[in-house]
Every structure is written in C-alpha cells, then in structure tokens.
Ligand binder design. Structure first.
Ligand SMILES: NC(=O)c1ccc[n+]([C@@H]2O[C@H](COP(=O)([O-])OP(=O)(O)OC[C@H]3O[C@@H](n4cnc5c(N)ncnc54)[C@H](OP(=O)(O)O)[C@@H]3O)[C@@H](O)[C@H]2O)c1
Length: 338
C-alpha cells in the first residue's frame, strides 16, 4: 500500500498566505486498476498564479499546482514504469492517474509523457521548457513584436519569466533593461545573462535611471511582469508606438481586492505616444507549445539561453518555497524537489 502526502486547502488565503491555510495530510492509496498508473512527484512548481487561482476553488481541495513525476507502477502500456510525466496533480507526493478519466477534461494540459531531454534536468519542464518559458517566448514575440534596435524593459527580471524574456531580447538584438529587487540579482542579470542594464528598484530611483538611459533609446518594448507603480513609471518613459505585454501583476496578488493599490493615470501617455498594452494568458498558445519548447531547447544547446533554479528540498517545505517566491527570495525558477 502506497502512502501519499498532500496539502489540503483548509482556508482561503487572505493577504499573505499563512501556514495554517493549508494542512498536510497522509493517506493510503488504493490498488491500481487496469488503465491506471502510479506516479511519484520529483519536482513541484511554485508559481504566482497559485496565490490567485486557489481562491476560485472550494475549501478542501488539494493545493493546486503542476509537477514532474516518475511512473513507479503501471497497468497502462502507454505509460510504462520509469517514464516521466508532467501534470496538474497538485501538491501531492504520489498520484494514481487514469489518463482517460474525465477528471482531467477541464484541464487544457492533461497529464502527458515527457520527452527525454538527455543531460538536462527534468525540472526544466516546469520552467524554461514549460509554462514560464513559453510565457516569455510568446509574450515577447507575439505581443511585443520586437524589432532589432528597440529597447526592452523587463520588470520582475530576477524571476523565472523575467530572466528568460530578457535573454530572448538579447538574442533578438534588443537593448535590455531589467528591473529587480537586489544588487545580487542585478549582477546576475548583467554579468551572467548579458542584460545591458539592471535596476535595483528597492535601492535605486527607477525614474532617474530610466531617464538617464532614455537619452540613448529609440523605443521601449516593455514586458510588464510586476504591475503597480513601477510599471507606471516605465510606461511614462516609453517612446512613440511602444508595446507592453501585461503578463502578471504580482505586486498586487497578496492585496485585498477591495482596496487594490492606486497608481497614476495612464491614458495621457497612451494617447500621446500611441502606446499599446495587451494582457495574455499562456493557455492561449497551447496549440503552439511545441514551437516554443523546441526554440528554447535549441537556444539552451547553443549556449544562448541560461537558466537558474532555486530549489527547495523536501515536499514538507512546499509552503515555505511558495511564500518565498511571492516575496522574491528566488532567483530564476522556484521549485521544490520532493
Ligand atoms: N500570463 C500568464 O499566462 C503568465 C504565465 C506565467 C507567469 N505569469 C506572471 O508573470 C509574473 C512572474 O511569474 P514567474 O513565474 O516568473 O514568477 P517569478 O518571477 O519566478 O517569482 C516572482 C518574482 O516576482 C517579483 N516579485 C515578487 N513580489 C513582488 C512585489 N511585491 N513587487 C514587485 N515584484 C515582486 C520578484 O522578482 P524580482 O526578483 O525580479 O524582484 C520575484 O522573483 C507573475 O506576475 C505571474 O503571475 C503570467
């Protein structure tokens, strides 16, 4: 009999998530039926969307999230023991999966076998070769439609999507400015990832630095990851026909929805500089998933795209990893190794 540990949502998050909002339970799993297979979680993702989307589900659900897991027992020849899968299985150590079950019908990404990426770690399927990597790729290419010589400003630059977007910007010949929250992350962005400039918004004046930099800029093509007043400051320095891909607004995820932070009016800047802003959800590109994964894989192999993971060890530490990510403690992709 296999024992599973899972985190159950016992209270909806209010402002900062608290350890008592989740409960770690241990249960026995039943025997496998024909067509089913059993997986054991190897890597679990902690992502900002979990803070927002958990509120949409009833109390008592397994905390939501995706994981890379290994098949350890199988009664389904299409899913043999030893293979890896990716799935939205939630925060749980073991799962019995019937891939034909209607349980997964509401998910656009059903549990699926992962390709072998040889010497690269399988955790990359949760980051640079998964949702965050695809958000970076499609958000920049399809929404910002960058042209060589333009300037790209990336906020949340020290995180998974942001550090990736800036590197694609450099591959495309853009001048890249990253906005992040520490000197350590600024150094990483410039010295290792090749960003042209990085601004530590907690210790530097974003407006002053931008103004100083705009003297050499033609146009901004900005990816607004963080939202809030920092994005507003950048938008007010954008040139004619600048484009903004609105990927997220993490600065407000822990805020009370009835009293969201106010920021400066944007319409005058949009009108007089003919700016465009478009929000997106990565699910809009599920039909082109393969294209982005292949391109990112190619750039990794060519040494043009570097990745960094902040891995917390131990399934029991999921909550700490999640809250740490929401506080910006991660550099690159935040993950848990079960
Ligand atoms: N639209 C989509 O389909 C889609 C898909 C994936 C992600 N997203 C969004 O993209 C953003 C980044 O996601 P990610 O997966 O790459 O997470 P992440 O960036 O790896 O982790 C969160 C990052 O957000 C920044 N941050 C956290 N709290 C902040 C605050 N209060 N104020 C300012 N910055 C804060 C920190 O960046 P620094 O270290 O640079 O300060 C931190 O590293 C999130 O808003 C997420 O919701 C959207």
């Amino acid at each position: 009999m296999v024992k599973v540990k899972r985190f159950v949502v016992v209270k909806h998050f209010q402002n900062d998530p608290k350890p008592s909002d989740l409960q770690l339970v241990e249960e026995e799993l039943p025997d496998l039926q024909n067509g089913e297979f059993l997986v054991q979680a190897e890597y679990l993702s902690v992502d900002p969307y979990m803070r927002v989307y958990t509120q949409r589900y009833p109390i008592g659900i397994t905390m939501i999230g995706s994981q890379v897991a290994k098949i350890i027992e199988s009664k389904n020849t299409e899913f043999p023991v030893g293979e890896r899968i990716i799935g939205y299985l939630g925060w749980r150590t073991h799962s019995i999966i019937n891939p034909y079950s209607s349980e997964y019908d509401f998910l656009e990404l059903k549990p699926k076998l992962l390709p072998d990426i040889k010497d690269l770690p399988p955790s990359l399927h949760l980051g640079i070769l998964g949702i965050t990597g695809n958000s970076a790729y499609f958000g920049l290419l399809d929404i910002c439609k960058p042209k060589q010589g333009e300037v790209l400003v990336v906020s949340g630059a020290g995180g998974a999507v942001g550090s990736h977007v800036g590197q694609i910007g450099k591959i495309l010949g853009l001048t890249v400015i990253g906005i992040t929250d520490s000197d350590e992350k600024c150094k990483w962005l410039v010295e290792e990832l090749g960003f042209d400039y990085a601004i530590d918004y907690k210790n530097e004046d974003v407006e002053l630095r931008q103004t100083e930099l705009t003297a050499i800029l033609i146009m901004y093509s900005s990816l607004a990851l963080v939202g809030g007043e920092i994005s507003t400051i950048v938008i007010y320095q954008m040139k004619n026909y600048g484009r903004i891909a609105a990927c997220g607004s993490i600065a407000s995820y822990n805020a009370d929805l009835s009293s969201l932070p106010k920021s400066t009016i944007l319409q005058p800047q949009f009108v007089f500089n003919r700016l465009k802003m478009e929000g997106f959800l990565i699910s809009d590109w599920y039909d082109r998933w393969h294209e982005s994964v292949q391109k990112n894989l190619q750039w990794i192999h060519e040494g043009k795209l570097l990745y960094r993971e902040t891995i917390t060890k131990g399934f029991e530490n999921m909550f700490d990893a999640f809250v740490g990510m929401l506080q910006g403690k991660n550099i690159g992709k935040a993950l848990v190794q079960a």
